[in-house]
Design a protein around this ligand. Structure first.
Ligand SMILES: *Cc1c(COP(=O)(O)O)cnc(C)c1O
Length: 484
């Protein structure tokens, strides 16, 4: 049943609050707030009881999918289970009650946590230093590209172009263009990896950087990474890693050792903060020694036993975020890293890779597998066989909802026809992976035997097929009805 608007539960005089009697002299509101700031009419607010409010929002929350209720194999998003201990730690009063303008001397614990988190991320990635300021992966990319521009500028010429593979996440070209670069696309070869011959043709001294995702968005490891790095070094082109999903690399290999100069991480993916729905994220950026002087200020330093914020970096690209970034997310990532330790982090990646390969193996007989090689933490199937029977990837995604699963990422990467990008993550059990594979296989059978049931799906959700662009094109969140 579709939950009604809260206004529809309203009737005059119902109250969902109780306030104590006023115990100070009542002042007319006009004396406290200037007349011109006062509204002329009372706003129309719903009048509902406390229990109605509680039930309304509880029911709404159950009409959505979440990682705490369902398997969520959304490729490139790393929807892993987020341990609740992280939340407990982030809610410690010492963390929640500090103010960012408090003097260093009164914020030593928070500064120490940020200082140590930076060290861990530098060690995990094999880079020299890391800024924690950016609030998302995309902002990390922009920060990284601005540092690359500042670096080339300091060498005499900011350069004009940035090379990006055709399989890249859409934020990569957007970040390159926002930093003033022109995008040059490099092709993927028939194994789904960077085409080295094409790269050689496109790499020249006008290029500032190559933005690469590894494992790439097809879930494949760029095994020619050392050759790629060598081609770029010949032209002094910097190598940028979109490390939003580091889930296949933890403790197994390090971007810095592969020749990457700049890397951004998504703490809200790999390092377990709940995400989706626009909650706070964190997109730290790590750099090699040659780029350290361009990091955003303030940089967190330690002198004797004292941690402090250092603004004295004349070559810095400046601040990129209010205060120091999304601190709560940093606390969760810190708790996650400390809980797992070295061997735990390595197991995360090993199990993420194992789970993805297991599912790929179970599904490859039923769906087209465009690149027939071992994958890393995710893999991409094509719905092209089903498309020939008149059923699209979108229909399959909708049908999965009836089986109780969130669909995988669909129609990305763009280079795969009818793409389905599946990322199970390491936190799922074999039973869950099997149930999902069983559902996919059942749908493949339905496509052959009863395609209509797939094409008209979903049949069990509160709403079925929504207009996907209307909400973006006509953004209007106000209720304009009348309370009856
Ligand atoms: C998620 C993701 C991003 C963007 O991260 P946001 O935090 O959503 O801005 C960039 N690149 C890749 C490969 C991603 O998966």
């Amino acid at each position: 049943m579709l939950e009604r608007l809260i206004f529809e539960y309203s009737s005059e005089g119902k109250k969902g609050y109780s306030l104590p009697e006023i115990d100070v002299p009542a002042e007319p509101v006009e004396k406290l707030i200037e007349q011109r700031h006062l509204r002329k009419e009372l706003p129309e607010l719903p009048e509902v009881s406390e229990v109605e409010v509680a039930r309304h929002f509880t029911r709404l929350s159950h009409e959505n999918y979440s990682i705490d209720s369902h398997f969520y194999p959304l490729g490139s998003c790393t929807m892993k289970y987020n341990p609740k201990v992280n939340e407990d730690v982030a809610r410690l009063q010492g963390f929640t009650n500090i103010h960012p303008l408090q003097p260093d001397a009164l914020s030593q614990g928070a500064l120490q946590l940020m200082y140590e988190l930076e060290k861990y991320l530098a060690e995990i990635s094999g880079l020299s230093r890391v800024t924690l300021q950016p609030a998302a992966g995309a902002q990390g990319e922009l920060t990284g590209m601005l540092m690359i521009r500042a670096y080339h500028q300091s060498m005499g010429n900011p350069r004009k172009k940035v090379i990006i593979p055709d399989s890249a996440h859409g934020t990569n070209p957007a970040s390159a263009v926002l930093s003033g670069y022109e995008v040059v696309e490099v092709k993927s070869d028939n194994e789904g990896r960077v085409d080295l011959e094409d790269l050689k043709k496109k790499a020249d001294a006008e290029c500032a950087a190559f933005m690469l995702t590894n494992p790439n968005t097809l879930g494949l490891f760029e095994k020619n990474i050392l050759q790629i790095s060598k081609i770029l070094k010949e032209h002094e082109i910097l190598l940028y890693l979109d490390g939003a999903n580091l889930n296949a690399m933890l403790g197994l290999c390090r971007p810095g050792d592969m020749g990457f100069d700049v890397v951004h991480f998504n703490l809200h993916k790999t390092f377990s903060t709940p995400h989706g729905g626009g909650g706070p994220g964190s997109g730290p950026v790590g750099v090699k020694e040659s780029l350290v002087s361009f990091l955003p200020v303030p940089v967190i330093e330690k002198k004797d036993e004292h941690f402090y914020l250092n603004y004295a970096h004349p070559k810095s690209i400046g601040k990129v975020q209010g205060f120091y970034g999304n601190f709560g997310v940093m606390v969760k990532a810190y708790a996650y890293i400390r809980t797992l330790g070295n061997s735990g982090l390595k197991e995360v990646s090993e199990n993420a890779i194992l789970n993805a390969n297991y599912m790929k193996k179970r599904l490859e007989g039923y769906f087209e597998l465009p690149f027939k090689v071992d994958c890393m933490h995710e893999f991409v199937l094509s719905g092209s066989l089903q498309k020939k029977a008149g059923v699209s990837t979108k229909d399959i995604a909708k049908r999965l909802l009836d089986y109780g699963f969130h669909p995988p990422t669909v129609y990305f990467p763009l280079i795969v026809d009818e793409a389905m990008m599946i990322e199970p993550t390491e936190t799922e059990t074999k039973e869950v992976l099997d149930r999902f594979c069983d559902a996919m296989i059942a749908i493949a059978k339905e496509v052959k035997e009863n395609p209509e049931i797939v094409k008209s799906a979903p049949h069990t959700t509160p709403v079925a097929r929504l207009d996907e662009t209307k909400a973006a094109k006509e953004l209007d969140l106000r209720w304009k009805g009348k309370i009856s």
